[in-house]
Design a protein around this ligand. Structure first.
Ligand SMILES: [Zn+2]
Ligand SMILES: [Zn+2]
Length: 277
């Protein structure tokens, strides 16, 4: 009886968003393809995410470091690897890193995780190393340093390729959503409040979904629009979709007690999304 019960209880995890950078007052046309003329600017946050439970600690994305910050005039509030340490995680203990896509702000610092496997989509690696990168408009969000680091890890036997939707662990699955980068994957995680979907850049902001207004970095706009519906389907509602760069996430979700810029996404939102957007 106990065995049967344990088989039917789905594993549940905690999810933490660690914020490592913020850009203030970005012009609204930088964040939305069809800017609202009444809005002047909005902020944009950068995160890495930690999934914890069932004896596992899984890192989702690795952020960028000082060189990229200087090259692109971004300011780190804390280096993402240092943010992990501050949160109590030794990067040497991380065994699984999901790289949602290979843009510079999600796939830097790979060499700081020498004991990790890197989970990526076939399509993303093909895209980031193929003919589309001959075009400045498409390669601009990538760093050749990060992409070649990933390729080196392929040759080191430390990259796990996924082709579309796949299970990462019981209660954690990966889902291919094109549109932003060609092979972006989102992560669906079972929590005590139901499945939460880390959307990464399938939706930078809640408003990309709510107003059906794409972020202006796109590889295929039709796939991006289809992706918003898929995010809601995977999560069962927008309250369990976590956009990749929205400062509202830090207003909605409770901070981790005693921590700076760490938020608990497995907890119910503290406020209603409707009152904030
Ligand atoms: Zn991106
Ligand atoms: Zn991004």
């Amino acid at each position: 009886m106990i065995d049967r019960l344990s088989e039917t209880v789905a594993p549940q995890y905690e999810i933490f968003a660690l914020r490592y950078a913020t850009m203030r007052n970005r012009a609204i046309f930088q964040n939305f393809m069809f800017p609202d003329p009444h809005e002047q600017a909005s902020d944009l946050d950068y995160f890495v995410w930690v999934i914890r439970g069932q004896g596992r600690t899984i890192l989702v994305d690795t952020g960028f470091g000082e060189i990229a910050a200087q090259e692109r005039s971004r300011a780190l509030t804390i280096h993402p690897v240092e943010a992990l340490r501050r949160f109590g995680i030794d990067p040497l203990t991380i065994e699984d890193v999901v790289v949602t896509h290979l843009h510079y702000d999600h796939a830097g610092n790979l060499d700081s995780f020498p004991n990790a496997r890197f989970h990526v989509q076939d399509r993303e690696v093909s895209y980031a190393t193929g003919r589309c990168m001959c075009h400045h408009a498409l390669r601009h969000p990538f760093s050749v340093t990060d992409v070649t680091a990933l390729v080196r890890h392929v040759y080191g036997g430390r990259v796990v390729f996924h082709d579309g939707d796949d299970d990462l662990a019981p209660g954690i699955s990966l889902h291919l959503i094109g549109g932003h980068s060609n092979g972006l994957q989102v992560v669906r995680v079972e929590t005590a409040r139901g499945p939460v979907v880390l959307a990464s850049d399938a939706a930078h902001f809640y408003d990309n979904i709510l107003k059906q207004n794409p972020f202006p970095i796109v590889s295929n706009i039709g796939d991006m629009c289809e992706g918003w519906a898929e995010l809601k389907r995977l999560a069962g509602g927008i309250d369990r979709v976590i956009p990749g760069h929205d400062p509202l996430v830090t207003a909605l979700y409770p901070p981790v007690p005693g921590q700076v810029d760490a938020f608990m996404l497995h907890e119910p939102p503290q406020r209603s999304l409707a009152e904030l957007v």
